[in-house]
Design a binder for this molecule. Structure first.
Ligand SMILES: [Fe+2]
Length: 199
């Protein structure tokens, strides 16, 4: 019998966590995920923002602690990436942000229909207005960040809230004193699109 890999365990914990959100709009995303995904042989990739996972593991919502602690413990064995450079939002942003695609068109597991993973933002970071074709869900696993959609102002969103961004809707987020860890899902558009930054 083959040993279970770190990405396989992470995928299992991720799947279990999504099961705690049986309502729409998350449920229909989950219903489109075929969990029998092929593993990709990707090399780990590290980023400066991974240091925030220690604090994240202290402040994450209790229901997410198993998932978050596993992620923090095995961070160096996973592939963390960035879409933006300092030319987009500045060096502080690049030093503070990163994401991990658990499954999708380029991450640890192959899925052409739904992409999902984790986003880290360090403290005092603004991720300005942007949009993309894919429909998106975020579930913050830590509280304290503020989110905006379309013309709304920034609203504080607690850990465990489900934040839904329909296709091509402008959205933004910003952190205060604490870092943010959120899980995300994308579907219905190019799953590796670089978001379009709004003017
Ligand atoms: Fe987005």
């Amino acid at each position: 019998m083959m040993a279970t890999t770190i990405p396989q365990t992470l995928l299992q914990l991720f799947r279990e966590h999504l099961g705690a959100f049986p309502a729409e709009p998350l449920a229909s995303f989950v219903s489109e995920i075929s969990w029998d995904m092929a593993a990709r042989a990707v090399e780990p990739g590290t980023l400066a923002c991974l240091g925030y996972l220690d604090r994240v593991a202290e402040i994450a919502r209790p229901e997410a602690l198993r998932l978050v602690r596993f992620l923090a413990e095995h961070r160096q064995a996973l592939l963390w990436q960035q879409t933006y450079t300092a030319a987009d939002f500045g060096q502080h942003f690049v030093d503070s942000y990163g994401w991990l695609e658990l499954f999708g068109t380029r991450g640890h597991f192959a899925n052409e229909n739904v992409a999902a993973g984790f986003l880290i933002l360090g403290p005092e970071v603004v991720y300005p207005d942007h949009h993309h074709v894919a429909e998106e869900i975020y579930v913050p696993l830590t509280g304290g960040a503020e989110w905006r959609k379309e013309a709304s102002g920034y609203l504080p969103r607690g850990a465990g809230e489900v934040i839904h961004h329909p296709s091509n809707v402008n959205h933004a987020m910003r952190t205060r004193a604490e870092p943010l860890l959120a899980l995300y899902l994308w579907r219905g558009g190019p799953l590796a699109q670089k978001p379009v930054v709004s003017n």
